[in-house]
Write a protein of this length. Structure first.
Length: 324
């Protein structure tokens, strides 16, 4: 990397999840000067501090050597109970100041330290607790990129554990988690439903996906566990080809999430607020298709907003190292 980007670097932002690590070198305006990624997620570290240090040196050692005073801020599973160092959950609702106040620091040699943001814990009366770790930073990243969302927005973040979040008055007021992605993987790989599916992924079948969505919308009162068995019976009777079964099952799972999520949105008084999708573009496109099947549409679709969120939180807390 040339010297000029390092001279203008103000923050090393780390999006450190379970399955991967993404590092972003950001300037004083939050613009990305450079980015890198690796597969060294928290799930492969086994809670070993040395493994985290080595992963950080591998992905950003030259940046740190070139700019010894560069501040570091991370979000995600790096701060989980079995991460590098636990950053206990902050209480929801929360704003940026609440997250910054509960940041923890871990030293990793030569006087350097990494700040780790907490996740969020929601404990609503009469309901089981819910948690997120990393997604809260993406919510504030969306707010950084689109300040008009400050009044109110419903933000959907598809993934292994999809999150539906309420942003209101620049606060993350509440959220709901759906294990849609994990359920799909478990059913695909370890259930009777997967036995009729091809052993390797095939081209996506949009019509089968839409059929699953329609079944969830129009007959969802039958229950997800009942409707899932149709994945097997439709295959056994030949009404759906083996190659289409995974997409039909995906439609059922996402459809039930959308059915519940849109009802949650209405109960939170967000029916007229902007609806956002944040996440991997291909998965967001699938959710956008699902929303259309429910006569709804996303007002915005954003890729990873964690870098913008990390910069916003660092800027508001006064942690940036601005060049003279």
């Amino acid at each position: 990397m040339s010297q000029a980007p390092m001279e203008s670097a103000a923050l090393l932002a780390l999006d450190w999840g379970s399955s991967g690590l993404r590092a972003f070198l950001l300037d004083g305006q939050g613009l990305t000067l450079a980015s890198r990624s690796s597969a060294m997620g928290a799930s492969v570290m086994d809670g070993r501090a040395l493994a985290y240090v080595q992963a950080l040196q591998q992905i950003a050692g030259d940046w740190l050597q070139a700019n010894p005073r560069l501040p570091l801020l991370a979000c995600g599973m790096v701060g989980a109970k079995h991460g590098w160092r636990e950053a206990p959950y902050a209480a929801c609702p929360a704003n940026e100041a609440a997250l910054a106040a509960q940041t923890v620091s871990v030293e990793f040699g030569q006087g350097r330290s990494l700040r780790i943001l907490p996740g969020l814990l929601q404990q609503a009366a009469g309901q089981p607790p819910d948690v997120m770790r990393g997604e809260e930073t993406q919510v504030f990243g969306a707010l950084q990129q689109h300040p008009q969302l400050a009044d109110a927005a419903c933000i959907v973040m598809p993934g292994t554990h999809s999150k539906w979040a309420e942003l209101r008055d620049s606060q993350l007021r509440g959220f709901a988690t759906h294990m849609t992605g994990e359920l799909f993987a478990l059913l695909r790989q370890h259930s009777v439903l997967g036995r009729l599916m091809p052993p390797v992924d095939v081209a996506s079948d949009s019509s089968a996906f839409l059929a699953g969505l329609r079944a969830a919308r129009e007959q969802g009162e039958l229950g997800l566990s009942h409707q899932l068995f149709a994945v097997r019976t439709l295959g056994l009777t030949g009404e759906l080809a083996a190659a289409a079964l995974a997409d039909y099952m995906s439609g059922l799972l996402i459809g039930h999430e959308l059915r519940a999520g849109l009802a949650w949105r209405d109960r939170r008084g967000l029916a007229q607020a902007p609806l956002l999708l944040i996440g991997e573009p291909g998965l967001c496109a699938r959710y956008a298709q699902g929303l259309r099947a429910f006569d709804c549409a996303a007002d915005l679709t954003l890729d990873n907003t964690a870098p913008a969120g990390l910069w916003r939180l660092a800027q508001s807390a006064g942690w940036l190292r601005l060049p003279p």
